[in-house]
Design a protein around this ligand. Structure first.
Ligand code: ADP
Ligand code: MG
Length: 700
């Protein structure tokens, strides 16, 4: 049976080499087994037949039984059209074709009963159906196809070359005939029973040929569960393997650095969330297994101090630490922030980026190798082969979504025993999604902001109100505050965005003229050194307004900046808007976020604006984002990729996901190596899947 599923698709009756090639190229279907897993996108309920005198001009899809009584070509100004008169015993209507006349004329049978299906509309009191799906009534009655008609994924090319939905349906029937629908069960019997799941066989049959909504729902549930269950099995085993097999340095000392800092130099009381997270990290790093932890915390939640104190633990145990940031600006900011915090400790902290001078670079390389450099902060430059550590104990990675998984592991390879890894992200990913995306990482969450923060006031304003907004900015600047004005930067339209930015900058410079005001600008086409010096001027309060693209989205910290104006806000995603807003509200003053848009907004844009105005809670925003866009688009999963799921949907099927995770954990606790006889089929499937699709392939 399993061998049969390995059969190349062209051998299936009704496919052949030409169609086989198309199926391979267009849908990635190589074998019988791939076709079986081509699940319909949706189903059309064809349980009901209409009579012609019942038709309404509702533009909905209906099916009718009747006969073609004549067929003729009608000349039009723009090309010809083929019109057939179609009747049943209640009335008559027209079938219309704009293309494919020859084929239809040659193949349509006159005065033979057909079942036709399609959208009806009426014109001059006559109902018509354009390009109907047609099937002889006799064939229709014999067909394995059920009343719930599946609609399969397709491409333009497939339809053009005659592989219509009907054809896919036919070859699917053929597949079930040739394989006799004997598909092996993959889940253990007790699980099927406990969760009332239908067998694999029945599920596959009914996903393709459901007879009712009820059985279809059961089939979908079973297949979704199975898909998520196997992914969870993979993620959890990966995590277990890491904990057992990947050695790590056990930081068993909590020494002078950590304690000294904690007792004497902590600039503020840690929040409970920070304390809890630090405990989790300490616990992990105390074990002789590598830590691989994701630290989630909304913008401004205070991740930096957690990172520093984790690094101090590494130093206490005689190791070095590094912090890697996605941009030079951010690396600089971390460097100055951490240096400031750690000043009383007399540590050797340095920064390495693309613009570090060769002479300085040489010193850094040497000091890293001889161990005199305690903490190195930097960008991708840290990943270069030349960078070798004496003993790297902890690597902190900020804003993880900018780095791929591969880069993460590149850091490991620098030492025989890999360093502990702490990945920090400000992108609040809902827990359920985080679980499935980062199931191989442990997760810590800082879910509490430092005390005394005034919530940022967020408003939505139309471009037509710009004068009022500008007047408000002038008031704030008069109080000594600073302002960000951010323009979108979308890769596909970079040139246009750049022009918008420059136009904006010019008009802002005109509206906020020297010498009373001074305006900075930072964008992607500037050299890193220019960017930094411009940022520096703004950070030092020498300019009032910072005009920028999303370059500043990540991590920049200027506490005196209290107003964030987002231009063309409708072009930003929710999590990006939230990240941008997080640039303000860092000081003691009341902060504001003003989202500017044009007059016409799509429904989704409206929801985004309303959500931003309503709440400051990153996790709530992430939930809305997830619902609006689906997980594939959530920032942070874009770069790291997203689970390429066949049937389950991480948004809609979150309950099934949770269930799958629960039962996967239970099963692995029970039988970690899947050695029990009742798990044989499951183990087989698991191994096959892992061979074919390592979990990181889902995520790349
Ligand atoms: P993020 O999580 O966005 O990286 P930061 O670490 O930059 O946040 O912290 C944001 C600001 O909050 C910084 O100015 C930091 O000094 C301050 N901060 C962090 N933790 C606390 C705390 N427990 N109490 C008061 N202020 C804090
Ligand atoms: Mg930060």
């Amino acid at each position: 049976m399993n061998n049969l599923l390995e059969t190349p698709i062209e051998y299936l009756k009704g496919v052949g080499p030409a169609r086989g090639e198309l199926l391979r190229k267009e849908l990635g279907i190589h074998k019988y087994g791939d076709l079986i897993n081509l699940y319909p996108n949706r189903y059309i309920d064809r349980t009901r037949y209409y009579r012609i005198n019942e038709l309404q001009n509702s533009n909905s899809e209906v099916q009718i039984v009747g006969k073609v009584v004549n067929i003729k070509t009608v000349e039009q100004k723009r090309g010809k059209r083929l019109v057939a008169t179609f009747t049943d015993n209640t009335g008559q209507m027209e079938l219309v074709w704009f293309q494919g006349h020859k084929w239809i004329r040659e193949n349509i049978k006159i005065n033979v009963p057909y079942v036709i299906f399609g959208k009806v509309s009426s014109f001059n009191g006559v109902f018509n159906m354009a390009h109907p799906e047609m099937e002889l009534l006799t064939e229709h009655e014999q067909s394995l196809r059920s009343a719930m008609q599946p609609i399969y994924p397709s491409t333009e090319k497939l339809t053009q070359r005659g592989i219509t939905n009907k054809v896919v349906n036919k070859i699917m029937q053929q597949l079930f005939i040739e394989t006799q629908a004997l598909f092996k069960e993959t889940l253990p019997a007790n699980l099927l029973q406990e969760l009332a799941l239908i067998p694999k066989n029945a599920a596959l049959f009914n996903i393709h040929f459901p007879k009712s909504q009820e059985i279809l729902a059961k089939a979908q549930f079973r297949l979704k569960f199975e898909e998520l269950f196997f992914i969870q099995l993979q993620l959890i085993t990966k995590n277990l393997i890491r904990k057992h097999k990947i050695k790590g340095h056990a930081f068993d000392k909590v020494g002078d650095m950590f304690n000294g800092f904690y007792q004497n130099h902590l600039p503020f009381e840690l929040t409970n969330a920070q304390k809890r997270v630090l405990k989790e990290i300490r616990n992990d790093m105390g074990q002789p297994a590598q830590m691989n932890r994701l630290l989630q915390g909304d913008v401004g939640s205070g991740k930096t101090i957690v990172a520093l104190m984790s690094m101090l633990l590494a130093l206490d145990n005689g190791f070095q630490a590094c912090l890697m940031a996605p941009t030079e600006i951010l690396a600089n900011q971390h460097f100055s922030g951490l240096s400031e915090l750690a000043k009383p400790l007399n540590l050797n902290i340095k920064i390495l980026t693309g613009s570090t001078k060769t002479s300085e670079r040489k010193i850094i390389h040497e000091e890293l190798e001889n161990g005199t450099l305690d903490i190195i902060i930097g960008t991708h430059a840290l990943l270069e082969d030349k960078v070798q550590f004496k003993n790297l104990g902890l690597a902190v990675i900020d804003e993880q979504h900018r780095f791929g998984v591969e880069q993460r592991s590149k850091l490991w390879k620098k030492n025989e025993i890999p360093p502990h890894i702490l990945v920090m992200t400000a992108t609040p990913i809902p827990r359920t999604l985080a679980m499935s995306l980062y199931g191989d990482l442990d997760i810590s969450v800082i879910d509490e902001l430092p005390p005394g923060r005034k919530p940022i006031k967020t408003v939505h304003r139309y471009d037509s109100n710009r004068l009022k907004v500008w007047a408000f900015l002038k008031e704030e600047i008069a109080k000594g505050r600073q302002v960000y004005i951010v323009y979108p930067l979308i890769q596909e339209s970079e040139k246009m965005d750049y022009k918008d930015l420059m136009d904006g900058y010019e008009s802002i410079s005109r509206d906020f003229p020297l010498p009373q005001y001074s305006v900075s600008i930072v964008h992607g086409q500037m050299k890193p050194a220019e960017k930094d010096s411009e940022m520096e001027r703004f950070a030092k309060g020498k300019t009032n307004i910072m005009v920028a693209t999303t370059v500043i989205e990540v991590g920049v910290n200027v506490p005196n900046a209290s107003v964030m104006v987002i231009e063309s806000a409708e072009r930003f995603g929710l999590s990006q808007l939230h990240q941008l807003r997080g640039r303000v509200g860092r000081g003691a003053e009341q902060s504001y976020c003003i989202m500017m848009t044009g007059g016409k907004l799509s429904n989704d844009s409206k929801v985004r604006m309303d959500t931003m105005v309503r709440t400051n809670d990153g996790f709530e925003i992430a939930e809305v984002d997830l619902k609006l866009r689906g997980p594939g688009d959530i920032m942070g999963t874009q770069q790291s990729g997203v689970l390429n799921l066949q049937i389950a949907d991480l948004v809609k099927d979150r309950e099934i996901l949770q269930m799958a995770r629960h039962f996967a954990i239970r099963l692995l606790k029970d039988d970690p190596n899947l050695n029990r006889s009742e798990h044989a089929a499951l183990k087989h499937t698991f191994i096959e899947l892992t061979k074919k699709k390592n979990i990181w392939n889902y995520i790349s």
